[in-house]
Design a protein around this ligand. Structure first.
Ligand code: 13P
Length: 250
């Protein structure tokens, strides 16, 4: 049985005060979360503060990105060692906002994925199609291409210690959630694609859904056979909503 995971991507939101309030609210509610693995990904400058506050709880912390290089003259980047040093066990890799707004290519995303793995950080590897791609019927091709970039560089076995997040771009921050059937269909495609290379890796792989998941739709989405949890944006910024999604996995 795969463990359900609920991860919060706080994106570029918060302040010193608000992140403390948010993490303490989540921590206070963790007694009611017994099944889901819970991860929060704060903005980089607040990671240390959030890790400290989460200490002593089951909450894990992740970065929102990770440099493909291990150190040196890479202005503005954050290395795997820095993430680990400040308490991270996870890093989001290849989020569609990074791909669309900051020019991250499949090849660069694969290198960031590799940097995470070689340094003992678990990548939460994001893939997903735009609305235009969905409407032209190439959803599976896009997901396959994004996954292949990682498999070509690292091999399919690398996915065994990783998490995939399927995030249809048209569902992110739009309130337009994929139906459970739409999401399940792509999740099953992803698992099937990986199973064709390694059935064991595919069976154990956690595949999260992301895109307008909220307390009202989480249970049905997470109830699908190939959906192993969620990567939550907007609804992860309120402790009550985030906890309600974690509880949907109970
Ligand atoms: P929303 O939950 O705000 O749609 O964002 C999803 C997301 O991008 C998580 O990485």
């Amino acid at each position: 049985m795969r463990q359900v995971m609920v991860a919060g991507n706080w994106k570029m939101n918060g302040s010193s005060d608000s992140v403390k309030e948010l993490i303490s609210g989540i921590k206070d509610g963790m007694a009611s979360v017994t099944k889901a693995a819970v991860v929060v990904c704060p903005p980089a400058v607040y990671i240390a503060c959030v890790s400290g506050a989460a200490d002593g709880s089951a909450i894990k912390v992740g970065g929102q990105n990770i440099c493909d290089e291990d150190g040196g003259a890479f202005t503005g980047e954050i290395s795997a060692d820095m993430l680990k040093d400040t308490g991270c066990e996870y890093a989001i890799v290849g989020h569609s906002e990074r791909r669309a707004l900051y020019g991250e290519t499949d090849a660069l995303v694969a290198k960031r994925f590799a940097a995470a793995r070689r340094n003992g950080i678990i990548p939460i590897f994001c893939i997903g199609e735009t609305l235009e791609e969905r409407e032209s019927g190439v959803t599976n091709d896009v997901c396959a291409r994004q996954i292949d970039a990682v498999i070509d560089l690292e091999g399919v076995a690398a996915l065994a210690d990783s998490v995939i997040a399927y995030e249809p771009v048209w569902a992110i921050g739009t309130g337009k959630v994929a139906t459970p059937e739409q999401a399940q269909e792509v999740h099953a495609f992803i698992r099937g694609k990986i199973a064709a290379l390694d059935a064991g890796v595919a069976e154990g792989l956690q595949i999260l859904y992301g895109g307008s998941m909220n307390p009202g739709n989480a249970k049905e989405l997470i109830g699908q056979p190939d959906i192993d949890g969620g990567l939550i944006g907007g609804a992860s910024l309120k402790a009550e909503d985030f906890l309600a999604i974690c509880q949907a996995a109970e």
